[in-house]
Design a protein around this ligand. Structure first.
Ligand code: CA2
Length: 146
């Protein structure tokens, strides 16, 4: 199986800015951990980051027939993007929403996710481990879709 990890705006700064909020682990470190965990399940990983909303939309559109499951940390676009929600809904590839931080324990504007209703589920608040948990969730989602 193939899992497509998509990361949204500013996640390229992880580990280099605001360590008190987002920790000291870089996105490269997280990618390495994800690849290690996925190897246990024989799952293939495509891991990407962009600051551009339209690029995320394009990647979601191209995912049909390319991967089995999308794991999406849409970052701030989680709270604003009808375009991402429409793309996830239109393409129909099972998508898991993830966040490093517990968005529900933060500012009110982070409590609302526009993509949650079209995702299989949400993992939030476990730091880099949210990504590892998402590998396990993606494998389970793929198994139960067979
Ligand atoms: O907790 C998460 O994973 C978020 O998706 C992170 C987003 C935030 O807008 C969401 O509400 C929750 C922010 C990503 C920005 O990452 C930075 C990393 C280092 C320094 C500054 C920003």
């Amino acid at each position: 199986m193939k899992i497509l990890f998509l990361n949204g705006p500013n996640l390229n700064l992880l580990g280099t800015r605001e360590p008190e909020v987002y920790g000291r682990t870089t996105l490269k470190d997280i990618e390495a951990k994800v690849r290690e965990r996925a190897a246990r399940f024989g799952a293939e990983i495509d891991f990407r980051q962009t600051n551009a909303e339209g690029e995320l939309v394009a990647w979601i559109q191209q995912s049909k027939g390319y991967c089995n499951v999308i794991v999406l940390n849409a970052a701030a676009y989680t709270h604003t993007s009808i375009a991402l929600r429409d793309a996830i809904s239109a393409v129909g590839v099972p998508t898991i929403e993830i966040h490093l931080s517990n968005v529900h324990a933060r500012e009110e504007f982070r409590h609302k996710s526009l993509i949650a209703p079209v995702c299989k589920g949400q993992i939030a608040g476990f730091g880099a481990d949210s990504y590892i948990l998402a590998v396990e969730a993606a494998v389970n989602v793929n198994e139960s879709s067979k």
